[in-house]
Design a protein around this ligand. Structure first.
Ligand SMILES: [Zn+2]
Length: 216
């Protein structure tokens, strides 16, 4: 019998005790929390104007590292979307603009200045206070951002969590899985998604076996 017990949980992390689960399966779940659970991150940065002191490529890199609170119920990965469009549709891309100009005083542009084109989206930077660039008087920037669903396996910027698995002291049948969310998704959701991914992979395997080898 497999037993799962939540030992600790807060908004950033979750610690669960797994009992009677083979190590390979527990480890697969751990890896899925890192590589396979989808999140949303900036995939493309289009700099339309930049008269700040920061070079375009540095600015683009800085901005692309900002983690976004993700909505994986509403949005899907471009390769899984049925629109088949390279530009994407409202289900597979969220577009944002950052427009800022310093007038007489220098200003700092923050993640809170990233404005979604669709005001109903809940996908936004994890904090509005992440500094992006400083502008001296008369300097301005205009940037377009495209946020898409992806996986840690594709690029580390989509990695949902940092997770570890270890044996409980003196109880080899019990293991502790510790999941620390990067901030895209609540830790409990990451665990649920990882288990769902395991389930899907087993279903796929089952269907292949039935199809290729026969049901009996
Ligand atoms: Zn689409």
């Amino acid at each position: 019998m497999v037993e799962v017990e939540i030992i600790e949980e807060d908004e950033k992390s979750i610690k669960v005790q797994l009992e009677g689960l083979p190590l390979s399966i527990a480890n697969a779940i751990r890896r899925f929390t890192i590589n396979e659970v989808p999140t949303m991150a900036i995939e493309e940065v289009l700099i339309i104007e930049n008269t700040s002191a920061m070079p375009n490529e540095v600015l683009a890199h800085r901005i692309s590292l900002i983690p976004f609170i993700s909505d994986i119920d509403r949005y899907v990965a471009p390769e899984e979307c049925d629109c088949g469009s390279k530009l994407g549709c409202e289900k597979c891309v969220v577009r944002y603009v950052v427009r800022a100009e310093a007038l007489d005083e220098p200003i700092t542009v923050y993640s809170g200045d990233i404005i979604p084109e669709d005001p109903t989206t809940t996908v936004k930077p994890v904090s509005p206070k992440i500094p992006i660039v400083k502008l001296a008087p008369k300097q301005r920037i205009e940037i377009e951002l495209y946020v898409r669903v992806g996986k840690g396996r594709k690029n580390a910027k989509w990695q949902a969590a940092i997770s570890s698995l270890y044996e409980k002291d003196g109880e080899p049948n019990k293991r502790i899985l510790f999941i620390e969310s990067i901030g895209f998704l609540p830790p409990r959701r990451i665990l649920k998604e990882a288990v769902n991914i395991l389930k899907k992979k087993i279903q796929e395997l089952n269907e292949k076996i039935v199809r290729d080898i026969g049901a009996s």
